[in-house]
Design a protein around this ligand. Structure first.
Ligand code: PEP
Ligand code: MN
Length: 334
């Protein structure tokens, strides 16, 4: 309540809380009175109180996300993808091109990704491009190319779903992890639909989303039944223009405290330049990320999408080697 709230104003708030079926706890300080509602506070909307005379502000003190919260599940969640654990002590690097282009390109990508020691491969068949006039992805054919290339090396596949109408096609292609991209983090209908299946989901952080909004988006998936969720930080938009986005390393320890879900980092879309990727990757692993999502292309100069940020096969291999020492230092393997 405000400093000068009267007893009558306090009484109105108390009666309102009680009329909504909740208990009340009044704490009177020397200057200020705090009124607590006791009961299932999810059922109370702060807006019901903000407009009452004498109220300074009202808020939930219990987090809005439940299933994904660390409070509700103390141990780290480990998500098994074709026998590969994500979120355990072994760090997973998911490598591959931004987009699926041709069967040859994907065969070659799968070969170099596997040779570098990666256990999962990525490749976008449906691309969320800023301009409608640029390459939009190979679509369904792309899923087939990714699947075929990955099968040869036993690599589970990660690919982005933008439109719920393609979900059945994704399931027919046995997509192992569905990626929800930054632009769709708050596409709540899409989140609910991927929540109805049990295929693991990588939920990328929205370009301007707070950690709380991001966790609420994860809660949408979880509340629909799918708890196999992996959070992926990919850089957020700030005033800085020297790089594509700002990799929010700070979110790693914060998420580790707030949620039991695995956290991976995409250094490629954060930095936007291949030369930044190794440093960002190492920082992410040192800070406790459970894995990385890294763009690598057999021939970056020829890439149809995000060419500047793709690592070439040799640099990708070198990165994998350089991460080993960091993983070891923090008691993890890669
Ligand atoms: C991607 O991973 O290729 C992609 C489009 O990522 P984001 O949604 O983070 O931009
Ligand atoms: Mn990309």
């Amino acid at each position: 309540m405000n400093n000068d709230a009267t007893d009558a104003q306090i009484d109105i708030v108390v009666k309102k809380i009680q009329s909504l079926g909740h208990g009340v706890n009044i704490s009177r300080g020397t200057k200020r009175t705090v009124i607590g509602a006791i009961g299932d506070e999810q059922k109370l909307d702060p807006k019901l109180f903000d407009s009452l005379p004498g109220v300074e502000y009202s808020m939930h003190i219990v987090k809005q996300y439940k299933i994904v919260s660390r409070e509700s599940h103390k141990q780290d969640s480990v998500i098994e993808v074709c026998g590969i654990p994500i979120g355990g002590s072994q760090i997973q690097v998911i490598g591959g091109p931004c987009s699926v282009e041709t069967q040859d390109q994907m065969d070659s990508a799968a070969q170099h990704v596997a040779a570098a020691g990666c256990r999962l491969i990525r490749g976008g068949a449906f691309k969320p491009r800023t301009s409608p006039y640029t390459f939009q992805g190979k679509g369904k054919d792309g899923l087939g190319m990714l699947r075929q290339a990955a099968n040869k090396y036993n690599l589970p596949i990660v690919t982005e779903l933008m439109d719920v109408r393609m979900l059945d096609t994704f399931l027919e292609h046995d997509v192992d992890i569905i990626q929800i991209g930054t632009r769709n983090m708050q596409n709540f209908d899409l989140l609910k639909e991927v929540g109805r299946i049990d295929t693991p989901v990588i939920l990328k952080r929205g370009i301007s989303a707070t950690i709380s909004e991001w966790l609420m988006a994860a809660e949408y998936i979880a509340a629909s039944g799918n708890h196999n969720i992996i959070l992926c930080e990919r850089g957020i938009r700030t005033f800085e223009s020297a790089y594509r986005n700002v990799l929010d390393i700070t979110c790693i320890p914060v998420l580790k405290r707030e949620t039991h879900l695995p956290v991976i980092i995409d250094p490629s879309h954060a930095g936007g330049k291949a030369w930044m990727v190794p440093a960002l990757s190492r920082a992410a692993i040192a800070a406790g990320a459970d894995g990385l999502l890294v763009e690598t292309h057999p021939n970056p100069a020829e890439a149809w999408c995000d060419a500047d940020q793709a690592l070439n096969p040799q640099d990708f291999k070198d990165l994998m080697v350089s991460l080993q020492g960091i993983a070891q230092t923090i008691g993890r393997s890669i």
